[in-house]
Design a protein around this ligand. Sequence first.
Ligand code: 3PG
Ligand code: MG
Length: 357
Amino acid sequence: MNMQWIDTLSLKGKRVLLRADFNVPLNKQGEVADDFRIVSTLPTIQYIIQQGGKAIIMSHLGDPEGKKTKMLSLAEVGETLAKLLSVPVSTTKDSVGKEVASLVENMKEGEVLLLENLRFHKEEEENNEGFARELAKLGDVYVSDAFGVMHRNHASVVSVPKLLPSAGGFLLQKEIAGLQKLLLDPERPMVAIVGGRKIESKLPLIDKIASLADEVLLGNLLANEIQEKGIVLQHKENIVLPPDGVPDDKKAFDIGPATRTLYQEKVREARTVFWSGPLGRYEEDEYAVGSKAIAEAIVEDTSYAVAGGGNLLDFLGQHGLRDKFDHISTGGSSMLAFLAGEQLPGLKALSYYSLEN
Ligand code: 3PG
Ligand code: MG
């Protein structure tokens, strides 16, 4: 069975169980601080409504570890979603159980219901079969747009799609197409920039992207970790380490002036750029200089530019630079894993790998 996409399903009058990734940052008041993931899912939700389906949306938010946690309720997300859609969105007190079942039963065509945080049940992360069955009962078909969580073996991601006719939504389609372009015959030269920290989590990506890109430019923190831990990179010949840092090489809060010039030049020459992870402590203006300079060089003249990951997204959003990229991924770890060539459990459950990709 090949993977299906949402536009091949008949949705009229159907209960469409949509797995979204509404794991969005919240501010101190508990309001949605960045609606990018919600906005990115709108085309799929609008399509379900237009087709006369009943949209039953499920998501996680944060890591409540199986406990009902008021701060991590999806109620605020529901309000943001309603504003963005300009249609009412009902929310529930739980993601399964009698209340939910009766709300779903009373839904009319074109209505939207957002279930409470899936991770209030530890069974979600445990990929519990019974929990998956409870969720599956709520839908006639399953659609997934949750690219950000495709690397997780969780009930709503890997088990529910096996219990219902299932398909990918428009965001999932866009993510795969946007990232595949980097993997399949990119316009050259192709340069990848990898910043942030936690070298271990990025090693598979760095090794893979170094085999595809002409050059991989690393941030200071990753470069230091590589040295300190004696990590051996594959395709070392394609890796560029930063020659300096601010305030100094060892305690670098930003790339230094020489690195800035060097990386800007390389990015300007590139036709394809992939960027993951900011190059410094961008939250403090004085250390956002490097990331800003690189971002400006990228958007000046590149034929295809992709960026992704939570912190980088935050940085680009703060500086109004998101629209200038050809593709911005809603995924963090899932994007890194996808680009590293790993099989993502969520995509596997949708039969993605049985397609000839
Ligand atoms: C993310 O924000 O990366 C996804 O929503 C997955 O969240 P998780 O890391 O808590 O599983
Ligand atoms: Mg987490």
